[in-house]
Design a binder for this molecule. Structure first.
Ligand code: GLN
Length: 492
Protein backbone atom coordinates (compact mmCIF):
# COMPACT_ATOMS: atom_id res chain seq x y z
CA UNK A 1 0.00 0.00 0.00
CA UNK A 2 1.42 3.39 -0.94
CA UNK A 3 2.09 5.59 2.07
CA UNK A 4 0.22 8.51 0.52
CA UNK A 5 -3.06 6.84 1.54
CA UNK A 6 -2.06 7.44 5.15
CA UNK A 7 -1.98 11.19 4.71
CA UNK A 8 -4.94 13.08 5.99
CA UNK A 9 -7.05 15.24 3.70
CA UNK A 10 -5.50 18.48 4.94
CA UNK A 11 -1.95 17.11 4.82
CA UNK A 12 -2.42 15.73 1.30
CA UNK A 13 -3.74 19.14 0.30
CA UNK A 14 -0.59 20.83 1.60
CA UNK A 15 1.63 18.36 -0.29
CA UNK A 16 -0.29 18.83 -3.53
CA UNK A 17 0.01 22.58 -3.19
CA UNK A 18 3.76 22.24 -2.54
CA UNK A 19 3.97 19.98 -5.61
CA UNK A 20 5.56 17.22 -3.51
CA UNK A 21 2.91 14.85 -4.75
CA UNK A 22 0.71 14.84 -7.83
CA UNK A 23 -3.05 14.38 -7.77
CA UNK A 24 -2.57 11.48 -10.16
CA UNK A 25 -0.14 9.64 -7.86
CA UNK A 26 -2.39 10.25 -4.91
CA UNK A 27 -5.45 9.09 -6.83
CA UNK A 28 -3.72 5.98 -8.20
CA UNK A 29 -2.73 4.99 -4.66
CA UNK A 30 -6.35 5.29 -3.54
CA UNK A 31 -7.72 3.50 -6.59
CA UNK A 32 -5.33 0.63 -5.79
CA UNK A 33 -6.31 0.65 -2.14
CA UNK A 34 -9.98 0.51 -3.19
CA UNK A 35 -9.33 -2.54 -5.39
CA UNK A 36 -7.31 -4.26 -2.66
CA UNK A 37 -10.02 -3.79 -0.06
CA UNK A 38 -13.01 -5.17 -1.97
CA UNK A 39 -13.61 -7.73 0.78
CA UNK A 40 -14.92 -4.84 2.91
CA UNK A 41 -17.71 -4.20 0.38
CA UNK A 42 -17.42 -0.52 1.21
CA UNK A 43 -18.30 0.62 -2.32
CA UNK A 44 -21.37 -0.11 -4.40
CA UNK A 45 -19.93 1.63 -7.46
CA UNK A 46 -16.26 2.36 -8.04
CA UNK A 47 -15.39 5.13 -10.51
CA UNK A 48 -11.63 4.79 -11.04
CA UNK A 49 -11.74 6.20 -14.59
CA UNK A 50 -13.58 9.31 -13.47
CA UNK A 51 -11.14 9.65 -10.60
CA UNK A 52 -8.06 9.50 -12.81
CA UNK A 53 -9.56 11.88 -15.32
CA UNK A 54 -10.38 14.36 -12.56
CA UNK A 55 -6.91 13.95 -11.06
CA UNK A 56 -5.27 14.76 -14.38
CA UNK A 57 -7.35 17.90 -14.71
CA UNK A 58 -6.46 18.81 -11.11
CA UNK A 59 -2.77 18.43 -11.80
CA UNK A 60 -3.09 20.83 -14.72
CA UNK A 61 -4.79 23.39 -12.49
CA UNK A 62 -2.35 22.89 -9.63
CA UNK A 63 0.57 23.36 -12.03
CA UNK A 64 -0.80 26.81 -12.83
CA UNK A 65 -1.15 27.58 -9.14
CA UNK A 66 -4.93 27.32 -9.43
CA UNK A 67 -7.41 24.98 -7.87
CA UNK A 68 -10.30 24.77 -5.44
CA UNK A 69 -10.45 23.91 -1.77
CA UNK A 70 -10.26 20.16 -2.41
CA UNK A 71 -8.26 20.22 -5.64
CA UNK A 72 -6.94 16.77 -6.50
CA UNK A 73 -8.11 15.07 -3.30
CA UNK A 74 -9.74 11.62 -3.69
CA UNK A 75 -12.91 11.23 -1.68
CA UNK A 76 -15.87 8.85 -1.53
CA UNK A 77 -19.57 9.66 -1.70
CA UNK A 78 -22.32 7.89 0.20
CA UNK A 79 -24.57 6.29 -2.39
CA UNK A 80 -27.50 8.40 -1.24
CA UNK A 81 -26.25 11.47 -3.13
CA UNK A 82 -27.40 11.64 -6.74
CA UNK A 83 -24.46 11.82 -9.12
CA UNK A 84 -25.11 12.65 -12.75
CA UNK A 85 -24.29 9.71 -15.01
CA UNK A 86 -23.22 7.48 -12.11
CA UNK A 87 -25.62 4.89 -10.70
CA UNK A 88 -27.23 5.87 -7.40
CA UNK A 89 -28.84 3.06 -5.43
CA UNK A 90 -29.60 4.25 -1.87
CA UNK A 91 -28.61 0.67 -0.98
CA UNK A 92 -31.94 -0.51 -2.35
CA UNK A 93 -33.10 -2.94 -5.01
CA UNK A 94 -35.91 -0.57 -5.94
CA UNK A 95 -33.48 1.89 -7.52
CA UNK A 96 -31.98 -0.78 -9.79
CA UNK A 97 -30.71 0.76 -12.97
CA UNK A 98 -31.26 4.34 -11.80
CA UNK A 99 -28.67 6.71 -13.23
CA UNK A 100 -29.48 10.25 -12.10
CA UNK A 101 -29.77 12.86 -14.83
CA UNK A 102 -28.74 15.51 -12.29
CA UNK A 103 -26.19 16.12 -9.56
CA UNK A 104 -26.88 16.73 -5.87
CA UNK A 105 -25.90 20.20 -4.70
CA UNK A 106 -23.39 18.84 -2.19
CA UNK A 107 -21.56 16.71 -4.74
CA UNK A 108 -21.70 19.51 -7.32
CA UNK A 109 -19.95 21.74 -4.79
CA UNK A 110 -17.34 19.08 -4.13
CA UNK A 111 -16.53 18.62 -7.82
CA UNK A 112 -16.42 22.38 -8.26
CA UNK A 113 -13.89 22.48 -5.40
CA UNK A 114 -11.71 20.03 -7.35
CA UNK A 115 -12.40 16.83 -5.36
CA UNK A 116 -11.66 13.52 -7.09
CA UNK A 117 -14.56 11.01 -7.15
CA UNK A 118 -13.48 7.50 -6.11
CA UNK A 119 -16.98 6.06 -6.08
CA UNK A 120 -20.24 5.57 -4.25
CA UNK A 121 -20.19 3.94 -0.84
CA UNK A 122 -22.44 1.26 0.57
CA UNK A 123 -25.11 2.09 3.15
CA UNK A 124 -28.10 0.67 4.94
CA UNK A 125 -31.08 0.61 2.59
CA UNK A 126 -32.43 4.17 2.34
CA UNK A 127 -30.12 5.03 5.26
CA UNK A 128 -32.30 3.06 7.68
CA UNK A 129 -30.11 1.22 10.12
CA UNK A 130 -27.18 1.29 12.51
CA UNK A 131 -25.09 -1.57 11.17
CA UNK A 132 -24.95 -1.41 7.38
CA UNK A 133 -26.48 -4.90 7.35
CA UNK A 134 -29.65 -3.89 5.50
CA UNK A 135 -28.09 -2.90 2.18
CA UNK A 136 -29.40 -4.75 -0.87
CA UNK A 137 -25.77 -4.75 -2.00
CA UNK A 138 -24.64 -6.76 1.01
CA UNK A 139 -23.21 -5.79 4.38
CA UNK A 140 -20.09 -3.70 4.82
CA UNK A 141 -17.37 -5.29 6.92
CA UNK A 142 -15.60 -3.11 9.40
CA UNK A 143 -11.84 -2.91 8.80
CA UNK A 144 -11.58 -3.50 12.56
CA UNK A 145 -11.71 -6.80 14.40
CA UNK A 146 -11.55 -7.46 18.11
CA UNK A 147 -8.14 -8.13 19.59
CA UNK A 148 -9.33 -11.60 20.60
CA UNK A 149 -10.92 -12.97 17.42
CA UNK A 150 -11.38 -12.33 13.74
CA UNK A 151 -15.18 -12.36 13.57
CA UNK A 152 -16.66 -9.77 11.23
CA UNK A 153 -17.84 -6.60 12.95
CA UNK A 154 -20.27 -4.01 11.68
CA UNK A 155 -18.89 -0.60 10.65
CA UNK A 156 -22.01 1.05 12.05
CA UNK A 157 -24.67 2.61 9.91
CA UNK A 158 -26.17 3.87 7.91
CA UNK A 159 -23.07 5.52 6.35
CA UNK A 160 -21.03 2.34 7.00
CA UNK A 161 -19.31 2.21 3.61
CA UNK A 162 -18.07 5.79 3.91
CA UNK A 163 -16.78 5.24 7.45
CA UNK A 164 -15.09 1.95 6.53
CA UNK A 165 -13.49 3.50 3.41
CA UNK A 166 -12.00 6.37 5.40
CA UNK A 167 -10.84 4.13 8.27
CA UNK A 168 -9.31 1.62 5.84
CA UNK A 169 -7.33 4.33 4.01
CA UNK A 170 -9.29 3.88 0.78
CA UNK A 171 -10.53 7.47 0.73
CA UNK A 172 -9.03 10.57 2.36
CA UNK A 173 -12.51 11.63 3.44
CA UNK A 174 -16.11 10.83 2.58
CA UNK A 175 -19.57 12.28 2.66
CA UNK A 176 -22.32 10.83 4.81
CA UNK A 177 -25.82 11.71 5.81
CA UNK A 178 -27.16 11.73 9.33
CA UNK A 179 -30.85 11.40 10.17
CA UNK A 180 -30.51 10.00 13.67
CA UNK A 181 -26.82 9.26 14.00
CA UNK A 182 -25.72 7.77 10.69
CA UNK A 183 -22.51 9.79 10.56
CA UNK A 184 -21.58 9.89 14.22
CA UNK A 185 -22.22 6.24 15.12
CA UNK A 186 -20.23 4.71 12.21
CA UNK A 187 -17.44 7.26 12.84
CA UNK A 188 -17.27 6.03 16.45
CA UNK A 189 -17.33 2.35 15.43
CA UNK A 190 -14.58 2.85 12.82
CA UNK A 191 -12.25 5.06 14.87
CA UNK A 192 -12.58 8.17 12.71
CA UNK A 193 -14.19 11.60 12.97
CA UNK A 194 -17.65 12.42 11.67
CA UNK A 195 -19.56 15.67 11.82
CA UNK A 196 -23.23 16.35 11.21
CA UNK A 197 -23.73 20.09 10.85
CA UNK A 198 -26.79 22.09 11.84
CA UNK A 199 -29.92 21.07 9.93
CA UNK A 200 -30.04 23.39 6.93
CA UNK A 201 -26.28 23.94 6.69
CA UNK A 202 -25.87 21.55 3.75
CA UNK A 203 -28.37 21.26 0.95
CA UNK A 204 -30.50 18.13 0.75
CA UNK A 205 -31.18 18.73 -2.94
CA UNK A 206 -30.36 15.51 -4.77
CA UNK A 207 -29.97 13.48 -1.59
CA UNK A 208 -32.38 10.54 -1.66
CA UNK A 209 -34.89 11.43 1.05
CA UNK A 210 -35.40 9.31 4.16
CA UNK A 211 -36.90 11.66 6.79
CA UNK A 212 -36.79 15.17 5.40
CA UNK A 213 -37.03 17.11 8.68
CA UNK A 214 -34.02 15.20 10.03
CA UNK A 215 -31.78 14.29 7.07
CA UNK A 216 -28.55 16.27 6.93
CA UNK A 217 -25.37 15.70 4.89
CA UNK A 218 -22.07 15.77 6.73
CA UNK A 219 -18.44 14.72 6.59
CA UNK A 220 -16.08 11.92 7.63
CA UNK A 221 -12.34 12.38 7.99
CA UNK A 222 -9.51 10.86 9.96
CA UNK A 223 -9.12 14.06 11.96
CA UNK A 224 -11.23 16.98 13.06
CA UNK A 225 -9.39 19.25 10.64
CA UNK A 226 -10.09 16.88 7.73
CA UNK A 227 -13.78 16.68 8.56
CA UNK A 228 -13.96 20.46 8.84
CA UNK A 229 -12.27 20.87 5.48
CA UNK A 230 -14.65 18.53 3.70
CA UNK A 231 -17.69 20.06 5.40
CA UNK A 232 -16.49 23.50 4.37
CA UNK A 233 -16.68 22.48 0.72
CA UNK A 234 -20.10 20.82 1.15
CA UNK A 235 -21.95 23.52 3.06
CA UNK A 236 -23.83 26.58 1.88
CA UNK A 237 -27.15 27.99 0.86
CA UNK A 238 -29.07 26.40 -1.98
CA UNK A 239 -32.30 27.85 -3.38
CA UNK A 240 -33.20 24.31 -4.50
CA UNK A 241 -33.68 23.22 -0.88
CA UNK A 242 -36.31 25.25 0.96
CA UNK A 243 -34.85 24.22 4.32
CA UNK A 244 -31.33 25.25 3.40
CA UNK A 245 -30.20 28.25 5.44
CA UNK A 246 -29.24 31.47 3.74
CA UNK A 247 -26.18 31.96 5.91
CA UNK A 248 -22.54 32.47 5.00
CA UNK A 249 -20.31 29.47 5.66
CA UNK A 250 -17.61 30.47 8.15
CA UNK A 251 -14.01 29.49 7.45
CA UNK A 252 -13.98 26.73 10.05
CA UNK A 253 -10.54 25.37 9.28
CA UNK A 254 -8.88 28.80 9.45
CA UNK A 255 -10.42 29.43 12.87
CA UNK A 256 -9.83 25.92 14.20
CA UNK A 257 -7.55 26.24 17.23
CA UNK A 258 -8.82 23.62 19.67
CA UNK A 259 -8.96 26.18 22.46
CA UNK A 260 -11.54 25.40 25.10
CA UNK A 261 -10.31 27.68 27.90
CA UNK A 262 -13.24 29.43 29.48
CA UNK A 263 -15.83 27.34 27.67
CA UNK A 264 -18.63 25.75 29.66
CA UNK A 265 -19.20 22.14 28.72
CA UNK A 266 -22.43 20.47 29.76
CA UNK A 267 -22.65 16.85 30.83
CA UNK A 268 -26.30 15.70 30.74
CA UNK A 269 -27.17 13.34 33.58
CA UNK A 270 -29.94 11.70 31.55
CA UNK A 271 -27.35 10.19 29.20
CA UNK A 272 -26.26 7.82 31.99
CA UNK A 273 -28.48 5.11 30.58
CA UNK A 274 -29.18 1.73 32.15
CA UNK A 275 -26.76 -1.01 31.33
CA UNK A 276 -24.22 1.33 29.79
CA UNK A 277 -20.87 -0.47 29.89
CA UNK A 278 -18.47 0.88 32.46
CA UNK A 279 -15.81 1.56 29.84
CA UNK A 280 -18.13 4.01 28.09
CA UNK A 281 -18.87 5.80 31.35
CA UNK A 282 -15.13 5.91 32.07
CA UNK A 283 -14.29 7.34 28.66
CA UNK A 284 -16.92 10.02 29.10
CA UNK A 285 -15.41 10.97 32.45
CA UNK A 286 -11.97 11.01 30.89
CA UNK A 287 -13.20 13.30 28.12
CA UNK A 288 -14.57 15.73 30.71
CA UNK A 289 -11.25 15.60 32.59
CA UNK A 290 -9.28 16.38 29.41
CA UNK A 291 -11.43 19.42 28.71
CA UNK A 292 -11.20 20.58 32.31
CA UNK A 293 -7.42 20.26 32.16
CA UNK A 294 -7.48 22.58 29.13
CA UNK A 295 -9.37 25.20 31.07
CA UNK A 296 -13.01 24.36 30.31
CA UNK A 297 -15.59 24.29 33.06
CA UNK A 298 -17.65 21.10 33.28
CA UNK A 299 -21.26 21.70 34.21
CA UNK A 300 -23.89 19.09 34.99
CA UNK A 301 -27.02 19.84 32.94
CA UNK A 302 -30.49 18.38 32.61
CA UNK A 303 -32.11 17.30 29.35
CA UNK A 304 -35.23 15.88 30.97
CA UNK A 305 -37.02 14.68 27.85
CA UNK A 306 -34.10 12.58 26.65
CA UNK A 307 -35.88 9.33 27.46
CA UNK A 308 -38.60 10.19 24.96
CA UNK A 309 -36.19 10.93 22.13
CA UNK A 310 -35.94 7.41 20.73
CA UNK A 311 -39.68 6.67 20.66
CA UNK A 312 -40.27 10.13 19.20
CA UNK A 313 -37.68 9.59 16.50
CA UNK A 314 -39.05 6.15 15.67
CA UNK A 315 -42.46 7.72 15.02
CA UNK A 316 -41.37 10.82 13.12
CA UNK A 317 -38.66 9.22 10.97
CA UNK A 318 -40.85 6.33 9.74
CA UNK A 319 -43.79 8.73 9.19
CA UNK A 320 -41.70 10.91 6.91
CA UNK A 321 -40.11 7.86 5.30
CA UNK A 322 -43.47 6.29 4.46
CA UNK A 323 -44.45 9.50 2.72
CA UNK A 324 -41.09 10.00 0.95
CA UNK A 325 -40.92 6.41 -0.23
CA UNK A 326 -44.39 6.54 -1.78
CA UNK A 327 -42.72 7.79 -4.96
CA UNK A 328 -41.15 4.39 -5.70
CA UNK A 329 -43.88 2.90 -7.81
CA UNK A 330 -42.00 1.24 -10.66
CA UNK A 331 -43.37 3.73 -13.17
CA UNK A 332 -40.67 6.26 -13.92
CA UNK A 333 -37.35 4.84 -12.82
CA UNK A 334 -35.77 1.95 -10.96
CA UNK A 335 -37.15 -1.53 -10.59
CA UNK A 336 -40.45 -2.58 -12.17
CA UNK A 337 -42.14 -5.92 -11.61
CA UNK A 338 -45.00 -6.24 -14.07
CA UNK A 339 -48.47 -7.10 -12.76
CA UNK A 340 -51.94 -7.77 -14.08
CA UNK A 341 -53.20 -4.31 -13.20
CA UNK A 342 -51.56 -1.02 -12.28
CA UNK A 343 -52.18 -1.61 -8.57
CA UNK A 344 -50.82 -5.12 -8.89
CA UNK A 345 -47.66 -3.78 -10.50
CA UNK A 346 -47.19 -1.24 -7.69
CA UNK A 347 -47.59 -4.00 -5.12
CA UNK A 348 -45.25 -6.42 -6.80
CA UNK A 349 -42.63 -3.76 -7.45
CA UNK A 350 -42.64 -2.46 -3.89
CA UNK A 351 -42.73 -5.95 -2.37
CA UNK A 352 -39.72 -7.00 -4.43
CA UNK A 353 -37.90 -3.69 -4.25
CA UNK A 354 -37.90 -2.90 -0.53
CA UNK A 355 -36.07 -4.93 2.11
CA UNK A 356 -37.50 -5.95 5.47
CA UNK A 357 -36.36 -2.90 7.46
CA UNK A 358 -37.70 -0.46 4.88
CA UNK A 359 -41.02 -2.29 4.78
CA UNK A 360 -41.20 -2.17 8.57
CA UNK A 361 -40.65 1.60 8.54
CA UNK A 362 -43.19 2.16 5.78
CA UNK A 363 -45.76 0.18 7.75
CA UNK A 364 -45.01 1.94 11.06
CA UNK A 365 -45.06 5.29 9.30
CA UNK A 366 -48.35 4.62 7.53
CA UNK A 367 -49.87 3.46 10.80
CA UNK A 368 -48.84 6.51 12.84
CA UNK A 369 -50.11 8.82 10.10
CA UNK A 370 -53.43 7.02 9.63
CA UNK A 371 -56.58 8.95 10.52
CA UNK A 372 -57.31 6.92 13.64
CA UNK A 373 -53.84 7.14 15.14
CA UNK A 374 -52.43 10.44 13.88
CA UNK A 375 -53.21 12.37 17.08
CA UNK A 376 -52.10 9.60 19.40
CA UNK A 377 -48.75 9.04 17.73
CA UNK A 378 -47.62 11.50 15.10
CA UNK A 379 -49.02 14.67 16.63
CA UNK A 380 -47.89 13.61 20.09
CA UNK A 381 -44.41 12.89 18.77
CA UNK A 382 -44.24 16.37 17.23
CA UNK A 383 -45.13 17.89 20.60
CA UNK A 384 -42.49 15.85 22.38
CA UNK A 385 -39.98 16.88 19.72
CA UNK A 386 -40.68 20.48 20.65
CA UNK A 387 -39.95 19.66 24.32
CA UNK A 388 -36.66 18.08 23.33
CA UNK A 389 -35.74 21.22 21.37
CA UNK A 390 -36.59 23.31 24.44
CA UNK A 391 -34.42 21.10 26.66
CA UNK A 392 -31.45 21.94 24.48
CA UNK A 393 -32.37 25.64 24.30
CA UNK A 394 -32.43 25.82 28.08
CA UNK A 395 -29.18 23.89 28.42
CA UNK A 396 -27.46 26.18 25.94
CA UNK A 397 -28.32 29.18 28.10
CA UNK A 398 -25.83 27.73 30.57
CA UNK A 399 -23.25 25.96 28.43
CA UNK A 400 -21.37 26.39 25.15
CA UNK A 401 -21.32 22.72 24.16
CA UNK A 402 -22.42 19.33 25.45
CA UNK A 403 -20.23 16.26 25.88
CA UNK A 404 -21.65 12.71 25.70
CA UNK A 405 -20.55 9.29 24.48
CA UNK A 406 -21.42 8.74 20.81
CA UNK A 407 -22.86 5.24 21.18
CA UNK A 408 -23.65 2.98 24.12
CA UNK A 409 -21.21 0.30 22.94
CA UNK A 410 -18.33 -0.42 20.59
CA UNK A 411 -19.00 -2.08 17.22
CA UNK A 412 -20.98 -5.31 17.47
CA UNK A 413 -20.78 -8.51 15.46
CA UNK A 414 -22.19 -8.70 11.96
CA UNK A 415 -25.65 -10.21 12.28
CA UNK A 416 -26.10 -9.28 15.94
CA UNK A 417 -29.32 -7.38 16.79
CA UNK A 418 -30.71 -8.09 13.32
CA UNK A 419 -33.64 -10.10 14.64
CA UNK A 420 -34.26 -7.54 17.39
CA UNK A 421 -35.06 -4.16 15.83
CA UNK A 422 -35.53 -2.50 19.21
CA UNK A 423 -32.01 -3.47 20.32
CA UNK A 424 -30.77 -2.01 17.04
CA UNK A 425 -32.74 1.21 17.58
CA UNK A 426 -31.26 1.58 21.09
CA UNK A 427 -27.89 2.13 19.49
CA UNK A 428 -29.04 5.61 18.52
CA UNK A 429 -29.87 6.67 22.06
CA UNK A 430 -27.17 9.37 22.25
CA UNK A 431 -27.35 10.65 18.69
CA UNK A 432 -31.09 10.93 18.11
CA UNK A 433 -31.91 13.80 20.54
CA UNK A 434 -29.58 16.28 18.80
CA UNK A 435 -30.95 15.13 15.43
CA UNK A 436 -34.50 15.90 16.56
CA UNK A 437 -33.26 19.34 17.62
CA UNK A 438 -31.35 19.87 14.35
CA UNK A 439 -28.12 20.66 16.22
CA UNK A 440 -24.54 20.23 15.00
CA UNK A 441 -22.62 17.33 16.55
CA UNK A 442 -19.32 15.57 16.02
CA UNK A 443 -17.94 12.18 17.02
CA UNK A 444 -14.23 12.02 17.76
CA UNK A 445 -12.33 8.77 18.41
CA UNK A 446 -11.26 8.94 22.03
CA UNK A 447 -10.14 5.51 23.18
CA UNK A 448 -10.34 1.75 22.87
CA UNK A 449 -12.70 -0.73 24.46
CA UNK A 450 -11.37 -3.66 26.47
CA UNK A 451 -11.74 -5.65 23.25
CA UNK A 452 -9.47 -3.20 21.43
CA UNK A 453 -12.22 -1.46 19.45
CA UNK A 454 -12.60 2.29 18.94
CA UNK A 455 -14.95 4.32 21.11
CA UNK A 456 -16.12 7.83 20.30
CA UNK A 457 -17.08 10.91 22.24
CA UNK A 458 -19.77 13.24 20.94
CA UNK A 459 -19.80 17.02 21.16
CA UNK A 460 -23.14 18.72 20.51
CA UNK A 461 -23.27 22.47 19.83
CA UNK A 462 -25.70 25.32 19.47
CA UNK A 463 -27.42 25.76 16.14
CA UNK A 464 -24.98 27.21 13.57
CA UNK A 465 -22.08 26.95 16.00
CA UNK A 466 -20.11 24.23 14.20
CA UNK A 467 -16.98 26.17 15.15
CA UNK A 468 -17.25 25.41 18.86
CA UNK A 469 -18.15 21.79 18.10
CA UNK A 470 -15.00 21.49 15.98
CA UNK A 471 -12.80 23.24 18.53
CA UNK A 472 -13.97 21.08 21.43
CA UNK A 473 -13.59 18.07 19.12
CA UNK A 474 -10.02 19.08 18.35
CA UNK A 475 -9.22 19.46 22.05
CA UNK A 476 -10.47 15.91 22.61
CA UNK A 477 -8.55 14.64 19.60
CA UNK A 478 -5.32 16.14 20.94
CA UNK A 479 -5.83 14.85 24.46
CA UNK A 480 -6.88 11.37 23.32
CA UNK A 481 -4.01 10.99 20.86
CA UNK A 482 -5.94 8.23 19.13
CA UNK A 483 -3.58 6.79 16.55
CA UNK A 484 -4.51 3.14 16.43
CA UNK A 485 -5.07 1.75 12.93
CA UNK A 486 -7.47 -1.05 12.09
CA UNK A 487 -5.43 -4.17 12.82
CA UNK A 488 -5.47 -5.51 9.27
CA UNK A 489 -3.75 -2.32 8.11
CA UNK A 490 -1.28 -1.89 10.92
CA UNK A 491 1.63 -3.07 8.81
CA UNK A 492 0.67 -0.91 5.80
N1 GLN B 1 -30.00 4.33 12.91
C1 GLN B 1 -31.00 5.33 12.70
C2 GLN B 1 -32.13 4.77 11.89
O1 GLN B 1 -32.07 3.64 11.58
C3 GLN B 1 -30.41 6.54 12.06
C4 GLN B 1 -30.16 6.36 10.61
C5 GLN B 1 -29.65 7.61 9.98
O2 GLN B 1 -29.17 8.53 10.66
N2 GLN B 1 -29.78 7.66 8.66
O3 GLN B 1 -33.05 5.42 11.56
Amino acid sequence: MSSSVNLGLAEARRRLAARELSARELTLAHVEAMAEARQLNAFITETPELALEAATASDARLAKGEGGLLEGLPIAIKDLFCTRGVATTAGSHILDGFVPPYESTVTAKLWAAGAVPLGKTNLDEFAMGSSNMTSYHGPVRSPWTKASDNADLVPGGSSGGSAAAVAARIALAATGTDTGGSIRQPAAFCGITGIKPTYGRCSRFGVVAFASSLDQPGAFGRSVEDSALLLQAMAGYDPNDSTSADLAVPDWTASLKGKVKGLRIGVPKEYRVDAMPEEIEKLWQEGADWLRAEGAEIVEIALPHTKYALPTYYIIAPAEASSNLARYDGMRYGLRVEGETLADMYKKTRAAGFGAEVRRRVMIGTYVLSAGYYDAYYLKAQKVRRRIVEDFEQAFEKVDAILTPTAPSAAFRAGEKLDDPVAMYLNDVFTVPSSLAGLPAISVPAGLSAEGLPLGLQVIGKAWDEQTVLDVGLAIERAAGFEVMPYGLASG
